[in-house]
Design a protein around this ligand. Structure first.
Ligand code: 4NP
Length: 182
């Protein structure tokens, strides 16, 4: 018999930014690369993984080319995504919703509260927080929006943050799993 948890027990994770083409896709690509790597100690421990935007400006678009090139230069070559907007069902379908910055967090919280007050969220509702709560220090971090940057420095920084936050989240969620192989 395999030793993996049954699917319904696996935590599901949704990454959210404004446009769903830069930061949340970076986070999803990085996080997937860790948990879907067959040699990773976290392989097969996570349920559904997705990303979306609070806005719909880029719905239907591929990730920003600078996100994809930053992922590629870090060995992540297979990530694809089609941008979509946050929906009410995300609050019941995901265990964790990670915002990239405080504006995203405020927008998500507002949406979740509207849903609660209209009776739309019942027994299961996502834990919404800044992804940067997992900074590894006593201060949470935000992933700054790199969309308006000329080059890719902001994307490189977002990559580094997303990898660090992912590893810290996984270590906190699975304290008995050795993290050395990620
Ligand atoms: P993201 O970046 O929220 O990290 O995907 C942005 C992408 C597009 C826009 C803003 C932020 N925009 O205004 O079009």
């Amino acid at each position: 018999m395999g030793s993996t948890a049954p699917p319904e027990k696996k935590p599901s994770v949704l990454f959210v930014c404004l446009g769903n083409i830069c930061r949340s896709t970076m986070a999803e690509g990085v996080f997937r690369s860790i948990v879907e790597d067959p040699t990773s100690s976290y392989n097969d421990l996570i349920g559904n993984i997705d990303s979306c935007g609070t806005g719909a400006y880029h719905a239907g678009y591929d990730p920003d080319s600078r996100t994809l090139s930053t992922l590629r230069s870090n060995g992540i070559t297979s990530y694809t995504h089609t941008a979509r907007q946050l929906r009410d069902s995300d609050f019941k379908n995901f265990d964790y919703i990670f915002a990239m910055d405080r504006s995203n967090l405020s927008d998500i919280n507002q949406r979740q509260n509207q849903k609660k007050s209209s009776g739309g969220v019942n027994n299961k509702t996502a834990r919404v927080m800044l992804f940067g709560e997992f900074s590894g220090t006593d201060r949470s971090e935000v992933v700054q929006d790199p969309w308006y940057d000329d080059g890719d420095e902001g994307f490189k920084k977002a990559y580094e943050q997303c990898r660090r936050f992912s590893k810290n989240f996984l270590a906190a969620t699975f304290p008995d799993v050795p993290s050395t192989t990620t």
